[in-house]
Design a protein around this ligand. Structure first.
Ligand SMILES: [Zn+2]
Length: 469
């Protein structure tokens, strides 16, 4: 095909500019091209995700699904010939949902209607026959405080939506999730008998979304459940009509003693600096709703696929690149903390921690948790990362599992995909493999492989201690 001359010249000028930005483009642009062709040609991450979600299913810490996932992940890494494949043993909390979780709304003069609820992770049960009480709605802890004793003896309904006007859905989530994480504590202090929390999602539908909640020593533990957004809207509308509504809530969840579990990892040992480690990872545990396809099956299979792409292309990283599948991100962070303890014990130096835990959607770039020298160094690679559609760099939020390592001063990076759909599925029955696109998922693995390989070859500047941020 004949192309007009001017655009060609422009393209040449752009290429020259990119080459001047970093003198490494001649080395890594072909690597980026090979990663793309190999990854998109085989879609290896999706194949592993199919196996994980069908064989292990949901994988809450300490469950049979989590144990199956550990065995499966170890086998993937052994089959691919990674070095030093092993479990890193930890103890994890164990919480079970139990068989019963239901709620009915009693409307004066009418038949009661069912509400779509699910227990929040860590909640205590209601009495076996359920708990029946009037309902009171608030949108914030401040509003709860202003009510005085009005919530005493009631089921407290937290109904502040995620802010839909924010571009970043993770920011919208952060702005609403205090209701879920601390609602039962604040509710109990106000004398409430239980809390219902509007699900953390931007869509209005009938599916409740679970997630971690907490209690406080010395404060009564009251049951806590998520309510679907559709039912939250209905309940709120009826309350605003001044109706004296009651809800019967029944939950049969329970907390059991801690059980043994593990992180699982394998690596390609560095040829020049084997004692310097770049971690790529995600968390293997997932809530017991759906099958954790996006959260965070995606991050786990991307880590294995990224390392395997590097191996398949015959690349020999100068520093060690290690794939780590952490356990217990959702309700304890024992895996992330255990990793730091072990790394310190073994005297390892970590050059960078990279996590993918924002869904298996098409990547746009990376979030960076590090000081300015590191940000400047990685900024030099933007044009290379852009070859795999991952050239945008965002601030902070690199990943929960890697946060304990990042807190010790190791630079943290998080794969930052398009995020508009993430909370449609997050922690719910909808988080299944049919919501994952094989090419988009693979692109995350390709982006991770490219960044990890460049860091392995080039290193990162010092001066990344938290105090220098
Ligand atoms: Zn996650």
């Amino acid at each position: 095909m004949k192309l007009p001359l001017v655009p060609l010249l422009l393209a040449a000028a752009c290429l020259t500019a990119a080459a001047q930005e970093t003198d490494t483009s001649g080395v890594y642009a072909p690597v980026a091209g090979n990663l793309l062709r190999t990854g998109l040609g085989r879609l290896g991450a999706y194949r592993m995700l199919e196996e994980l979600t069908s064989r292990a299913g949901h994988r809450l810490s300490g469950s049979a699904g989590a144990d199956t996932a550990l065995v499966l992940a170890k086998a993937w890494m052994e089959e691919r010939g990674f070095s030093n494949v092993h479990f890193e043993h930890i103890m994890v909390p164990r919480w079970e949902r139990g068989k019963t979780e239901k709620a009915r709304l009693e409307i004066p003069g009418k038949r009661s209607v069912p509400l779509s609820v699910c227990a929040l992770g860590g909640s205590v049960a209601t009495p076996s026959g359920g708990l029946n009480a009037g309902v009171i709605e608030v949108k914030s802890f401040g509003e709860l405080e202003s009510l005085g004793s009005a919530a005493a003896g009631k089921i407290l309904f937290f109904n502040r939506p995620m802010d839909p006007t924010l571009l970043n859905t993770f920011e919208a989530y952060s702005g609403a999730v205090d209701q879920r994480s601390r609602g039962a504590i604040q509710g109990a202090k106000a004398g409430a008998l239980a809390v219902l929390v509007r699900s953390m999602t931007l869509v209005i539908d009938a599916v409740p979304h679970t997630g971690a909640m907490g209690y406080q020593d010395g404060v009564k533990k009251i049951p806590a459940a998520a309510l679907s957004t559709k039912d939250a809207e209905m309940l709120s509308a009826l309350l605003h009509r001044g109706l004296l509504l009651r809800v019967r809530l029944t939950l049969s969840c329970r907390t059991l003693p801690d059980v043994p579990s593990a992180n699982v990892m394998g690596e390609i040992t560095g040829t020049l600096n084997p004692g310097e480690v770049i971690v790529i990872g995600g968390h293997l545990d997932a809530w017991d709703k759906g099958t954790g396809a996006h959260d965070d099956g995606s991050g786990c299979v991307q880590a294995v696929e990224a390392l395997d792409l590097i191996r398949t292309l015959g690349l020999k990283p100068a520093r060690t690149i290690r794939a780590v599948m952490f356990m217990n991100e959702e309700n304890g962070l024992r895996g992330g903390r255990g990793y730091v303890t072990d790394a310190l014990r073994h005297g390892e130096r970590h050059t960078a921690m990279i996590e993918s835990d924002a869904g298996g959607f098409a990547p746009r770039g990376f979030s960076v948790d590090a000081g300015n020298p590191v940000r400047a160094a990685v900024g030099q690679w933007k044009s290379i990362l852009e070859l795999v559609n991952a050239g945008r760099l965002f601030s902070g939020g690199s990943g929960v599992d890697i946060s304990p390592m990042v807190a010790t001063g190791v630079p943290g990076f998080g794969v930052a995909p398009e995020n508009h759909r993430y909370f449609d599925y997050h922690h719910s029955d909808k988080d299944r493999i049919d919501k994952v696109n094989p090419r988009e998922l693979e692109m995350g693995a390709i982006a991770e492989a490219l960044l990890a390989y460049m860091i392995a070859q080039e290193g990162l500047p010092a001066g990344t201690a938290p105090s220098s941020r």
